[in-house]
Design a protein around this ligand. Structure first.
Ligand code: MIC
Ligand code: SF4
Length: 646
């Protein structure tokens, strides 16, 4: 039987392990990327590893998240990242150049290669046929040093696309439809591989919108073949030499098969506060809108912007709506400026933002109290916009632009008399000028790394104790996101290199008293439902709990990147063997794990005693022997040091 594309790329990069779903494998990483809000920590960790130059084909450091500079912290971090990059052989994308995933697709993505990024939306690269995976900063630091990336071999799922999208329906609606089918947990432990005739009707930026939001399914990554459309895209970027044709074998084996008819998809929206709360616009109705944001790494490509501009042209944004638009890259912005589309947007009343993440991560443009915000971004998690009472709906650029004009949620067909204006002709040649990419110094010895005063030490765990005890400081529901665990917004993102500062905000969207209680008791244990830690790759969601003394999290299940981050920090990620035991544990109970070392080694059953109720229950630690070693050592840095004899 033949092989899927994902299988072939992984096989070609395999360093260790057997490629059976669920088994631990490790793969060689060709490219890495970091962004600024996870990058400072990743580079501090890279420095701690003592490797002089990166050992990848190319590593890139982007500045795109922390570009709202309302104090010196962000600018200080930019300086740190630019100097550390120059010293260690990393290319530096200056602020203003654009969102990491958009720029990476345009300028650096290579079909068939592997990419590891310290951002959960790194799978955007799957739109150009890469195996692109999001990970915590420490894993990316190890990959920069030439180390393999370890993961559990995913199940490879075929998503066969047939038919073509109707005008007014776009890639965002496709991934929303898939989220409706599969939910935010539906992709866990899987790679979604797109095949079928329908693939041909989607351009590379459309494919990238879909793989970008594959992250919201919990998938390890998603991938499209590299075909003539990929070749055209690379040619238009002056990079045809990077093209190679890649696809699954005609008789490829897949662990699962799914099908989707593109022609059946209608305009959709994900309702507050989860990307899988998807309904058709008809079902939701004409709800009044206060704010519209068109941008983010999901929908800020040239085509997305041109479609929005085509709808806005000659009209005025509704009186009660604030429309903000953030083109994804300098390339996109310059092209819009030159062809007049930017003027159409400005004329309609749009507020133009610099190229970056912006409102997507609450960096400005928070909606009003109880406001309704339509966004083309990928996450509408509770409080992420910076306004906890606001309701964020995720929509396509077409729906966003049309609704901004009407003042209520509606599809493009309610505004346009001629839908063919959405049929955007793509330019043969895109504007290419990489002048905002700074090359590293040929030899870094003389480069001085500049550290701002906001860079504080990060916590490092100690080897696992024989006995692990602690109070259940918080008992949480299903689908707790990293935005709950370590909120990020304009006020907090500048402190990503200052864990003590962040600790006062840990888990506050769930319970404002948590940090004070954790500090008073010197730490404890967390209990949660399904899919704990979904969302971001931010390792701060593990480092800050570590700083607060959290020793273990017991949940019904974990999101992939967060589980790795917990292990890398030496925090036990335990799952209930019998989920009904979740009900038997109460917040405030005192838990005890005796003989922890033998339990982690797997020598004896992993039991936990609830000393308050006297109830004993079994948990599981479904991880490889290597990961058990990391927990025993008290995290990845200790483990690496132990093994290198430092
Ligand atoms: C996000 O979209 O949540 C972020 C901000 O890009 C994060 C990274 C971070 O927390 O810095 C992500 O997706 O990994
Ligand atoms: Fe930036 Fe938002 Fe994309 Fe995260 S999801 S990389 S914050 S644009």
């Amino acid at each position: 039987m033949g092989k899927s594309l994902a299988y072939k790329i992984i096989e070609e990069h395999l360093v260790s392990g057997t490629m059976k779903p669920g088994e631990e494998i490790s793969i060689r990483i060709d490219y890495t990327l970091t962004q600024d809000s996870t990058g400072t920590m990743a580079y501090l960790q890279f420095e701690a590893m003592g490797i002089p130059r990166v050992r990848t084909k190319k590593s890139l450091a982007y500045i795109d998240h922390n570009i709202l500079q309302s104090g010196p912290e962000n600018a200080d971090d930019h300086k740190y990242i630019s100097t550390v990059a120059k010293k260690h052989g990393i290319y530096f994308s200056r602020p203003g150049n654009g969102i990491c995933h958009q720029v990476n697709l345009e300028r650096f993505g290579v079909p068939g290669a592997t990419l590891l990024g310290s951002d959960s939306h790194t799978p955007t690269g799957g739109g150009i046929g890469m195996i692109a995976i999001g990970a915590g900063g420490l894993d990316v630091a190890v990959a920069m040093g030439g180390g393999a990336y370890y993961l559990s071999m995913p199940r490879i799922v075929e998503m066969k696309l047939k038919g073509e999208l109707k005008l007014g329906v776009s890639a965002k609606d496709v991934i929303l439809e898939i989220l409706r089918m599969l939910s935010v947990k539906g992709g866990v432990g899987k790679i979604i591989e797109f095949t079928g005739e329908g693939v041909k009707s989607l351009g590379v930026p459309d494919r990238a919108t879909i793989t970008n939001m594959g992250t919201e399914l919990g998938a390890t990554t998603s991938i499209f073949p590299s075909d003539e459309i990929t070749r055209d895209f690379l040619r238009s970027q002056g990079r045809e030499n990077d093209f190679i044709p890649l696809s699954a074998d005609p008789d490829a084996y897949y662990d699962e098969h799914l099908e989707l008819d593109l022609s059946s998809i209608e305009p959709l929206a994900a309702c507050p506060h989860m990307p899988d709360q998807v309904k058709s616009l008809d079902e939701i109705g004409h709800i009044k809108v206060d704010q519209v944001f068109i941008g983010s790494c999901t929908n800020s490509s040239y085509k997305d912007m041109m479609r929005a501009a085509a709808i806005l042209k000659g009209h005025t944004v509704a009186e009660d709506v604030s429309l903000v638009i953030g083109p994804g890259s300098k390339q996109v912005l310059k092209m819009l400026a030159e062809n007049g589309a930017l003027a159409d947007m400005i004329d309609a009343g749009a507020r133009i933002l610099e190229c970056g993440c912006g409102p997507c991560i609450g960096m400005g443009q928070s909606p009003k109290t109880n406001g309704v915000s339509l966004r083309t971004s990928n996450r509408n998690f509770y409080a992420r916009s910076g306004t906890a009472s606001a309701g964020v709906y995720l929509v396509s650029p077409e729906t966003a632009a049309a609704s901004a004009l009407k003042g209520y949620l509606c599809p493009a067909s309610e505004v346009l008399s001629d839908m063919s204006v959405l049929d955007i002709e793509m330019p043969d040649i895109f504007y290419v000028n990489d002048n905002m990419i700074v090359e590293p110094a040929p030899e870094g010895n003389d480069v001085e790394v500049v550290r701002g005063p906001n860079i504080k030490e990060f916590p490092i765990n100690h080897a696992l104790n024989e006995k692990v005890t602690g109070e259940v400081l918080l008992k949480m529901e299903d689908n707790i996101t990293t935005d709950h665990i370590m909120p990020s917004n304009a006020k907090l993102l500048p402190y990503r290199s200052n864990v003590p500062y962040l600790s006062d905000y840990c888990l506050t969207p769930v319970d404002a008293s948590f940090p004070a209680r954790a500090k008073e008791l010197g730490g404890g244990i967390l209990v949660a439902g399904q899919n704990y830690g979904q969302g971001s790759s931010r390792e701060h969601a593990a480092l800050v709990p570590l700083y607060l003394g959290i020793k273990a999290v017991i949940s019904k299940s974990f999101a992939r990147i967060h589980a790795s981050n917990l292990i890398n920090s030496g925090i036990l990620p335990l799952t209930f063997k019998d989920e009904s035991d979740y009900e038997k544990i109460s917040q405030g109970d005192n838990l005890e794990i005796c003989d922890a070392v033998r339990k982690v080694k797997g020598d004896i059953p992993f039991t936990v005693l609830d000393k308050t109720s006297g109830y004993e229950f079994e948990v599981e630690l479904n991880i490889s022997a290597r990961l058990r070693g990391i927990i025993l050592a008290g995290g990845l840095l200790n483990y690496t040091r132990e093994r290198s004899g430092q």
